[in-house]
Design a protein around this ligand. Sequence first.
Ligand code: AMP
Length: 434
Amino acid sequence: MTLKNPAGVNDLLPDAAHKQQLLVRAAFRVFGCYGYRYMETPMFEKTEVFTRGIGEATDVVGKEIYCVYPMNSIAGVSPDDRSALEGLALRPENTAGIARAVVQHNLVPPGAFQAKLWYAGSMFRHERQQKGRYREFRQIGAECIGATEPSADAEVILMLLHYFEALGIPRSHMTLKINSMGDEACRPAYRRAVQDYILARESEFCPECQRRATGNPLRAFDCKSEACQAALSAAPRITEYLCEECASQYAQVKQLLDSSGLAYEEDPRLVRGFDYYTRTVFEVQVDLGLGAQNAIGGGGRYDRLLQEYGAKPTPSLGFAVGLERIVMVLEALGTAAALPPAAQVFVAAVDEEARSQAFELAQKLREAGVSVELDHQARSLKSQFKVADKADVGFVVLLGPDERAKGSYTLRNMTDGTQQELTLDELLQLLTER
Ligand code: AMP
């Protein structure tokens, strides 16, 4: 029986991997313009890193976390008793891990300049698999740690849109949604108001939202059920509950976006799925390629998150974008990069004797920086040409008895079919210049 990948966990074959790699390279370029540095944190952490930061009552932590156990530690331990084992979990997102690492390594001690960090890698969530929603997916994210001013919010949002545009997603296909979620001063009253609102008309909501009403009522805004959305139509709006400081901060962010000429929509129902968000939150949605899962990136402020890991107050913010979804959008636009040929040159041996010479030449060319492929399957010359043609190489170098006799190399241009006889130096020069 052949083995297959688990549901929602996909192979990145060379074409898909190439497309994602280009997104990473673009991030190096664009984020570099804003002073960001690349870093990595482990793929799994103590579960507490996620429960403390993201919140026990969120879907991500409550339902979607994958726990990690060494095989020998679970032998004979019933699932109910596994909480006694060291709790490790695959990361469902990377902001919590970055915050943990920043605090652990004291990257932003009190009074230090803001740290700007970005990452790229796999995240894992036990979600119901559908188009654009997977159990392993890749994100690129950026975190601006230790910045209080609304200018940081505006800068992060501008960088996100700059990045999407640099990838070739036109503004006309994107909608930037923003909201303020308030802070610990004003959000509790809002949360209670939403809770009371749901409980007062409980029967209109799905069982999931009825459950959410007590644990995390704001999540109801994200419910996909039309009935729940209709029932929420007259729900209290966060904007009416913002305290003076949050309202002023939100107004300044909008003013900065206005003066940068960046169009946005205010969406008082935009509540992002993690508890750590405070004040500004944002999301970028697209109108093609994705269907229901139309968000390609989002983020917000998390002014209290680093305190969860023992730091002094360190207001911060960031965002994450989903690579699979961006690639789907670029494919829908018809602008996704094609996988380039694996090699520029194929070295073909006309007879058996030429094989070792072909092997040596290939190595010489590679060391000079030319990408070269050659046959390792004892194929005939005709078959080598077929392979070279299929591999879309620009040139074939032919080595056979004639070339041996003359000490020359025949170079065939595969685009126009012309051939020329060259010395080794001429060959090297011509191919390296290309
Ligand atoms: P989040 O970490 O939930 O704020 O999501 C940030 C971005 O990651 C989203 O806008 C999506 O582009 C992407 N994303 C989140 N969850 C998934 C998933 N299960 N599968 C694929 N992409 C995802």
